[in-house]
Ligand binder design. Structure first.
Ligand SMILES: C[S@@+](CC[C@H](N)C(=O)[O-])C[C@H]1O[C@@H](n2cnc3c(N)ncnc32)[C@H](O)[C@@H]1O
Ligand code: SF4
Length: 436
């Protein structure tokens, strides 16, 4: 329902119709589309007030961290106002950029608007502003259930964030406002995994609506990632819970049970493997991220391929430097810059149209090559393998490998298959160590 006759923001019915149109355009192969992005993610800032050990701010990589400038934020009004889902966070702390408030003011109550925050700047004044806004969800990143572990990982004062959460919960209750929903999240690692069940209890005590947990990303440079802090050394590779499968699985199961007992929702990340193979504690387990809920998954019995991805019809991601991408999975997939074009021109510009054409033809666009999503992971850009004979041979070879695997698996049984996989991973690990 619109709030007043002067309110020009789309109604819920209009937003639903836009999402349905986007899917219709994807299914019927339209590349110059009438629908607007269903989901818009804006990396509000790369700047942060903390330096968490598992984040690139903690590693202090020599990279440029910048705010999304106000003048670019202003250019996003047409897509921010028209999306069903708006996310206003990226690699930094969203509340550090004034343009965050400008973009938040572009949103309205018919949308689902979300931020992740470290909570340090959620003082009374900012909390009141957030509660009064159209924000649907504020997700506090804590990563710990005790002040000691919180300080190790996040290097800040636990009580400051707990007080911010208490204030938001209490203030909403006082004024009878349901939103923003308060969520608390934990990026899981060896250092904090034993606190996971207690984290669920803490969230329940504080009155949060939901707990979210996800594993640290698997990244190519994790073996070189070490951060020394207060006599402790954070070693990314060793902290990754695929190396502590048994403990990780146990703690996650215990957290699920605890959440069930307390009646609080626990969401485990859709994008990653949650439980690891316990026979293979020290293995290099990796899994490509799956599609977020806005994307339709491929049928279970098929290997996902580019044609199964609808992101270029539904999702727009804007980086702090004004470059526009179709999703968050590719390393360098810019499709236009807000410095030189309007957002609507980019959405239906040559790069987006070419990407949609390639997807419909089941080809890996250059914008997606090197991406970690399940649709393209491990495949080169199709322009490099585009010759029809080679492409067909590639398809036949992939089908043959999939078929042979299923035959061997059926013949040897599940137990032997698990041991073969474990041996294979061990070999791959050793080979990786030799090559590194
Ligand atoms: C990059 S932060 C940005 C927003 C805000 N500064 C915060 O801390 O919530 C978003 C989320 O990414 C998580 N994160 C940071 N480094 C990560 C990593 N290496 N793997 C997985 N998640 C990570 C953080 O714990 C946080 O919940
Ligand atoms: S608060 Fe968020 S952005 Fe800042 S260092 Fe921590 S995880 Fe990274």
């Amino acid at each position: 329902m619109k709030e007043s006759s002067e309110d020009t923001s789309p109604s819920k019915v209009e937003l639903d119709a836009n999402s349905a149109l986007a899917m219709e355009e994807y299914r019927s192969g339209v590349v110059s589309i009438k629908s607007k992005p269903k989901m818009v993610t804006v990396e509000t800032t790369g700047v942060c007030n903390l330096a968490c050990v598992m984040c690139s701010h903690g590693l202090d990589e020599p990279r440029e961290y910048i705010h999304l400038p106000e003048e670019l934020a202003a250019k996003l009004r047409p897509v921010i106002g028209g999306a069903q889902i708006v996310q206003l966070h990226g690699l930094g702390e969203p509340l550090m950029n004034k343009a965050f408030w400008t973009m938040l003011a572009m949103t309205h109550d018919q949308q689902y608007v979300a931020i992740n925050t470290n909570g340090i700047l959620v003082n009374k004044a900012n909390a009141d502003r957030l509660i009064a806004s159209s924000l649907s969800e504020i997700c506090f990143s804590l990563d710990a259930a005790t002040p000691e572990t919180y300080r190790k990982i996040r290097g800040a004062d636990f009580a400051t964030v707990l007080n911010a959460i208490r204030y938001v919960v209490e203030e909403k209750r006082k004024i009878g406002k349901e939103k923003p929903f308060v969520h608390m999240n934990m990026t899981l690692m060896r250092e904090n995994i034993e606190e996971a069940p207690a984290f669920v209890r803490l969230a329940h005590e504080l009155g949060a609506q939901k707990v979210m947990m996800w594993h640290m990303n698997s990244i190519p440079m994790e073996r070189k990632w070490q951060v020394a802090r207060d006599g402790w050394v954070f070693d990314y590779h060793q902290q990754h819970l695929s190396r502590h499968a048994d403990l990780s699985n146990r703690m996650i199961r215990r957290s699920i049970a605890e959440a069930k007992r307390l009646g609080i929702e626990l969401e485990l990340d859709w994008a990653k493997q949650v439980f690891f193979d316990e026979e293979n504690d020290a293995s290099e387990q990796q899994s490509a991220p799956l599609a977020p809920s806005t994307l339709e998954a491929a049928p279970d019995n098929s290997t996902p391929s580019p044609k199964d991805c609808n992101a270029p019809w539904t999702w727009m991601l804007v980086q702090t430097n004004g470059e526009v991408q179709p999703c968050c999975f590719g390393p360098c997939n810019h499709l236009g810059s807000l410095w030189t074009s309007d957002v609507e021109a980019i959405w239906n510009g040559p790069a987006f149209r070419r990407l949609r054409e390639n997807i419909l033809a089941d080809r890996v666009d250059h914008a997606c090559a090197g991406g970690t999503c399940k649709f393209v992971a491990g495949r080169p850009a199709s322009h490099d393998v585009e010759h029809p004979t080679r492409a067909a041979a590639g398809r036949v070879a992939r089908r043959a490998v999939t078929f042979s695997k299923s035959v061997v698996r059926g013949a040897v049984g599940e137990g032997a298959w698990a041991r073969i996989r474990s041996l294979y991973r061990g070999l791959r690990l050793r080979l990786g160590q030799i090559l590194l």
